[in-house]
Design a protein around this ligand. Sequence first.
Ligand code: UDP
Length: 237
Amino acid sequence: MIPKYKRILLKLSGESLMGKRNYGIDPEVIAQYAQDIKSVTDLGVQVAIVIGGGNIYRGMDSEETGIERAQGDYMGMLATVINGMALQSGLEKIGLYTRLQSAIKMEQIAEPYIRRRAIRHLEKGRVVIFGAGTGNPYFTTDTAASLRAVEIGADVILKGTRVDGIYSADPEVDAHATLYRTISFEEVYRNNLNVMDMTAFTLCQENNLPIIVFDMNTPGNLLKVVIGEKVGTLVTR
Ligand code: UDP
């Protein structure tokens, strides 16, 4: 099998880590993700990961509980570090070498984010997990994924979700909704489709970084995407 991409940025949502639970981390999901990630590093693909935190805490929801937005966002960023540590353990358990880099300094558990160092780890075959999002409130982990992908020169962002790609409408509401195989950045804007938030999306478009949205919860899908099989939706110029 010959991989289509040399260096990928995999975006995993926090929510998908819940599996069948309503909160937190399902160890079966971590184990599945770890196997899938191993299947692509075995091909020599360099893998960087940005992980969300929505399964633990979301800044957007904090105001309802009387916590101001920026404070809640920092709490959300900490949640991504917890998820990153769980994923790191899952990867190491099956023999992968990993590094966790955090956008907020916490020296006892993660390296600080240093771009050149992250690239060096990737070149040495280590999986690099980027925790704490961008390190700034009012951003999302999708934006962190776009930013890090551009910074490290990734060939593509693979956005792992629980749906199998981008649809013309919400398939749960509209029976005629169709799945796009490929779609341009302009078409996504024009049809007001929800791929990533606009900050994240614009960063990809401006830097001509393709995005593939695919179902990460189906084992084997990540490998299929990486070897160029028709899985998910490709957003490109
Ligand atoms: N967050 C932030 N800045 C960032 C990334 C994340 O403030 O650069 C906060 C924000 O509060 C967000 C939470 O972290 O709600 C969890 O991230 P996100 O909702 O993007 O995770 P996902 O939806 O992928 O689980």
